[in-house]
Write a protein that binds this ligand. Sequence first.
Ligand SMILES: [Zn+2]
Length: 440
Amino acid sequence: MTTQRFRHKTPGGKNPTGVTSPLERAILAMVFLFLVASCGGSASSPNPSTPSPTLLLVLPDTPTATQWEPTFQVVANVETPLPIEIDPTHEQIQYMATVWSIDPLIPILNYHRFTPNRYDPTSGMVKYLGEFMDEVNRLYIAGFTLISIDDYLAGRVIVPPGRRPLILTFDDAIFANQIALEGDGQPSPLTAVGSLYKFSQEHPDFGFQAALFANLGDKYYGNVLRNGRWYLGEGWEEALAQTIAWSIDHNVRVYNHLYTHINLSTARDKDIQPEMLRNDLALRGYLEQVGCPELIHFIRNYIALPYGVWPKSQKGIELLLGYVNPEGEPVEAVFEAGYEHTPTLAPSPYSENFSPFHLPRMAGLSRIIDWLEATAPSLPTAQQCQMLLPPDIWTQPASVLEGEILSLVQDGQCSQGIYILENRVFRVTMEDVIQLKTID
Ligand SMILES: [Zn+2]
């Protein structure tokens, strides 16, 4: 499921609410119901998810604002064109396609633990929280915007125009210094994800998406904060379960880093799948414990290799890739580690030989942030292509839409490249439009 922004502006700003029609009021009511129904109480707080393109209804002789504007105001689920009864001879719907003039490459960073205390010892595994947030700010200034692993793998690489995609992951989760909730249920600013959440609210065009790769069987969860450190206290499992539910409900998705972080290169074959399954069962158990079983829907079968290493034997590799999660889903992606030694960006999901089973991740070391800052100007930024299409375009043969796109490119109104339009992805050149895929 994706969320898209619906905004219909009238010139002159006569209506400060922006709600001008029964249709819009109906959509707002649906959005409200959708938010209230979600687990974890996200209705009470804005959800700064990655902004998506604007979808506007264009009425004849009614100029509308088309500029993308970061806002949390209204988030509606509008994956398919709005069901509006209108006269196709007079009215068209305006769409914004996200366009990549060259295939986007995606940096995937992995972090581990954090400390909010300036003088605690730090290492490649433990980062001072202030340094982490400084890095986040530098990445933001360098033009990066967070996208989710789901969107990357699906080919839904959508960021605001002028910006570039970035994926943040946190390994060995869940430590309280990565994410913990305060008494009011909000994430603690003394944690990495809590600080990131605050930053994303203040910088909506940075978005808020992250992944926690968890080992749920090798540690306790510190749920008592004293002097900037978390200690084990009564009710830690309930606190961990609440934290997991809040995270998943706020686009910080939790995936599999194996139950006790075994080293797959030395593990016995018979231990590989049980390590994966036990972690999956524990994760689902926590969501059941706090009454949020519907969030299980967001747990995909993505694996981050402990220590970044594969099983040594072919049999072990087959067992790893052959694992099926409790919902019966096969392994969909495998994330490696250690690419900070030879900085490597994850491949374009639109490339012909794209494989989700060897995705490179770089440790979030300061020299890697330096490298990303220096590299950013050479990475493509998202563009947009505005197109007016008849309301029945989606029921017409694909060649009609492809012809519309091609004429815009041939007329010089839009660039060649990858086009993401609603749930369809195209590769567009001056001569041809090829539909690469549809996004579920
Ligand atoms: Zn690890």
